[in-house]
Design a protein around this ligand. Structure first.
Ligand code: EPU
Length: 421
C-alpha cells in the first residue's frame, strides 16, 4: 500500500496547473459509446478512475489511442458487448454510466453494481426510475442491473427527479440521446460537469438544451458522429489547492480554472480572510495570518460542494473561533476523516449532519489513513499545515482523482514524498 509522508508547516508558493475534471471525464468517456466514429478528447486527467474506465471500454471493444499527454482518441464504433467486465466495473463508482450509455446505444445493458468511495449509502433508484420512464425493463439483482428495451420500445419522456442527482441526470441524458422523442429532466443537477457532458454530446451531433439549469431537454437524434472536445478544468482539484494554500499560508497562482465554477468555494475562503484575485482562467490566492471561522452548508451546485467538505474542515480546524459545517448531500461523510483529523489535534464535534469545529493555532503530524478520495486530500492538506511529520496511508484513494499530486505540491515548495511498501 502506498502512503504520503509530509513534513508540514511550510507555506506554499508558485504556480499550479489544474487538470481536466474527473467527474466530467468519467461521464464523457462512457458517453463516447453513443458515438459512431472517433472522439478525440483533450484535457483528460491521468488518474486511476480514468485508467480503469478506459480498460473497461477497451475490454468491450472500444479502440483507445493515447495521442499525447491528456489527449485520448476513443473509437466505440465496433463495440458489441453490453455486459462489461464485472471485476473492473466494481473498481469505481462512475461505472454506472455504462448503464445509460450502453442502453442508449444498444437498447440493453447488463452492468454490475459499481464500487468506488463508500463514504455513504449511495442509492441509484433515480437512475432506475429514469430508465423505466424511457421504456426500459429493469431487473435488479444483488450484484447486477439488467436493462432491456420494454415491449413498447424506448421513447422520450418527462422525468422529474425526486432528489437532485448528478449521476441520474448524466445517465438519463445518455440513455435519451439516441431514442425517439423528447425527454425532459426536471429537478436536474446543474454541476459544471453536466454542462460539459451536454456540450460534448452536442459537439458530436446531439440535441440537448438547458444543461446547467434544473430543466434539461434532450431531443433524440438518429446518430452521433466523431469530433474533438476538451474537458473542463477540475473544480474540486482547484478548490483543494486553494484550501491547501488557505491552510498553510502562502501565495499561489492556480492556473487552468474557470473562476465562475469556483465562486461557491472562493467566496467562503474570502469570508475566512483569504485574498482571492480572479483572472480569465486562473486565480491568485494569498493567505497570511490566522483564518477566521465561518459557516458552511454543502448543497448541489451552485452551492458549496460536498466534495470540498473535508478540505474546508481542515481550514476550519485552524481558524480563529468556532465554525459550523453542515453536510446536506451525504450525511455520513464526516466519518471518513474527522477521527483522523482529531488524531492531529483538531477539535471537531459531530451532531447529526453538522460538525462544530473549534479552531486551534496548530495541527500536529500523525499517522492517519485516507478512507476515501476527498478525505485523503483533506488529510494531505492537514499534513502540509501541521507541525512535524504526517503519514497519510491509503494513497490509492487520492490517486483516483488527483493527477500528479505529489509533484504539483512539490512544485509549490511542499515537502511530500510517496512511499510504497
Ligand atoms: N441519490 C438518491 N438516489 C439516486 C441517486 C442519488 O437518493 O438514485 C442521493 C444520494 O444518496 C445523495 C444525493 O442524491 O444524497 C446526491 O447524489 P448524486 O447522485 O448527485 O451523487 P453521485 O452522482 O453518485 C457525484 C460525484 C460525487 C459527488 C456527488 C455530489 C461523480 C462520478 N461523482 O456522485 O463525487 O460527491 O455527485 O456532488 O460525478 C468525488 O468526486 O469525490 C465524488 C464522490
Amino acid at each position: 500500500m502506498a502512503r504520503y509522508e509530509i513534513t508540514g508547516a511550510r507555506p506554499l508558493s508558485g504556480e499550479v496547473t489544474i487538470s481536466g475534471a474527473k467527474n466530467a471525464a468519467v461521464a464523457i468517456l462512457p458517453a463516447a459509446i453513443l458515438v459512431r466514429g472517433k472522439c478525440r478528447v483533450e484535457n483528460v486527467p491521468d488518474i486511476s478512475d480514468v485508467r480503469i474506465l478506459l480498460n473497461i471500454l477497451q475490454d468491450i471493444g472500444a479502440v483507445v489511442t493515447r495521442e499525447a499527454p491528456g489527449t485520448i482518441v476513443l473509437d466505440c464504433t465496433n463495440i458489441t458487448e453490453t455486459c462489461p467486465n464485472a471485476e473492473l466495473v466494481r473498481k469505481m463508482r462512475a461505472s454506472y454510466y455504462l448503464m445509460g450509455a450502453l442502453m442508449g446505444r444498444f437498447g440493453k445493458a447488463n452492468v454490475a453494481l459499481p464500487g468506488g468511495c463508500n463514504f455513504a449509502s449511495r442509492p441509484i433508484d433515480q437512475h432506475i426510475k429514469g430508465f423505466r420512464l424511457l421504456g426500459a425493463d429493469v431487473e435488479e439483482t444483488e450484484d447486477y442491473v439488467n436493462l432491456k428495451t420494454g415491449t413498447e420500445g424506448l421513447r422520450g419522456n418527462r422525468i422529474s427527479l425526486d432528489v437532485v442527482s448528478v449521476g441520474a441526470t448524466v445517465n438519463i441524458i445518455m440513455a435519451a440521446t439516441l431514442i425517439p422523442g423528447q425527454t425532459v429532466i426536471e429537478n436536474a443537477a446543474k454541476e459544471p460537469h453536466i454542462v460539459d457532458l451536454a456540450n460534448f454530446l452536442n459537439t458530436m451531433g446531439a440535441n440537448i438544451s438547458g444543461a446547467g439549469t434544473d430543466t434539461v431537454k434532450i431531443r433524440g437524434v438518429e446518430s452521433l458522429q466523431g469530433g474533438t472536445y476538451a474537458i473542463i478544468p477540475d473544480q474540486i482539484e482547484a478548490g483543494t489547492y486553494l484550501a491547501a494554500v488557505a491552510a498553510t499560508g502562502g501565495n499561489v497562482l492556480v492556473k487552468n480554472v474557470i473562476p465562475k465554477h469556483m465562486d461557491c468555494i472562493t467566496s467562503k475562503l474570502q469570508e475566512m480572510g483569504v485574498n482571492i484575485i480572479n483572472y480569465d482562467d486562473s486565480i491568485r490566492i494569498r493567505s497570511q495570518g490566522r483564518l477566521s471561522c465561518c459557516t458552511v452548508k454543502t448543497h448541489p451546485y451552485p452551492g458549496f460542494p460536498t466534495d470540498m467538505q473535508a478540505q474546508i474542515c481542515v481550514c476550519m480546524a485552524l481558524a480563529d473561533g468556532v465554525s459550523r459545517l453542515t453536510e446536506n448531500v451525504y450525511e455520513t461523510r464526516f466519518f471518513g476523516y474527522c477521527t483522523e483529523l482529531q488524531e492531529m489535534g483538531a477539535e471537531i464535534m459531530i451532531n447529526g449532519k453538522t460538525a462544530m469545529v473549534t479552531g486551534h493555532e496548530k495541527l500536529y503530524g500523525a499517522e492517519v489513513s485516507a478512507h476515501d478520495l476527498r478525505a485523503g486530500a483533506a488529510l494531505i492538506i492537514a499534513g502540509l499545515a501541521a507541525e512535524g511529520k504526517t503519514v497519510v496511508c491509503n494513497a490509492h484513494f487520492v490517486e483516483r482523482g488527483y493527477e500528479n499530486i505529489v509533484q504539483k505540491l512539490k512544485d509549490l515548495g511542499a515537502q511530500i514524498v510517496r512511499m510504497e511498501d
